[in-house]
Design a protein around this ligand. Structure first.
Ligand SMILES: [Zn+2]
Length: 225
């Protein structure tokens, strides 16, 4: 979309500083004139996640809202049943700090914020393709949430999910189309061990991310990996 037809309405991006939401940030900048970011602080695996998100927001000159969601830790399995349980990541890539309906809660807060800052559009990097294990990341849920948010505040919100039907390879392709593949590759944090960029290479998140990047670069005929 050429700059001349940028949508002048405001968009809020649900932003974690990871590959997916950073790609969404650039997607938002491409399509909307005014973009703000919201990050949820809920005791992430690494505090680095908040720092990475803040740095990217600053780099891009975007207003960044950080909302305290630490109450979510009261709903994790280790808080409810096993107080001394170690934070671990299962083979499926789902950490045992997972809170059911987390995305429902996040989108509710993003909606309340969007209302306050007068943003009609909410952009989130949820995706059915890679993480179909989370029911509140599915397209049917997002559509239902869109209706619910609009009814709850009597506003016409539009939730955008540019990554919904993309696999990791296609997400890299999108960042390349947006001209930010290198930026996304070197400045975002996906790794469960808190290593920015290409990460530790060993954890499930790194493996998924690298497999996608390899495939995309290979497909593009770029051997620079
Ligand atoms: Zn890793």
């Amino acid at each position: 979309m050429p700059n001349s037809v940028l949508n002048s309405e405001k968009a809020i991006v649900v932003f974690s500083g990871g590959q997916d939401s950073t790609t969404c940030l650039f997607y938002a900048k491409r399509h909307f004139k005014e973009v703000e970011l919201v990050t949820f602080n809920y005791g992430q695996r690494h505090n680095t996640e908040i720092e990475v998100a803040s740095k990217i927001a600053k780099d891009q000159g975007l207003k960044h809202h950080i909302l305290d969601m630490s109450l979510l830790s009261q709903l994790t399995p280790n808080a409810l049943t096993k107080h001394d349980m170690k934070i671990e990541t299962g083979e499926d890539g789902i950490p045992n700090t997972f809170v059911p309906a987390r995305n429902l809660l996040f989108l509710s807060f993003a909606g309340a914020l969007a209302y306050q800052v007068n943003a009609k559009h909410i952009i989130t990097g949820v995706c059915e393709t890679d993480f179909s294990g989370y029911p509140d990341c599915r397209d049917s849920f997002i559509k239902s949430m869109n209706v619910t948010l609009s009814l709850s505040m009597d506003r016409d919100f539009v939730i955008h999910t540019p990554l919904m039907w993309l696999d990791k390879t296609q997400t890299w392709e999108l960042s390349d189309e947006l001209g930010v593949l290198d930026y996304v590759r070197h400045n975002t944090l996906t790794c469960y061990n808190g290593i920015i960029g290409d990460g530790c290479g060993e954890c499930p998140a790194c493996k998924l991310r690298q497999r996608g990047l390899h495939q995309y670069l290979e497909q593009k005929g770029d051997a620079s990996l």
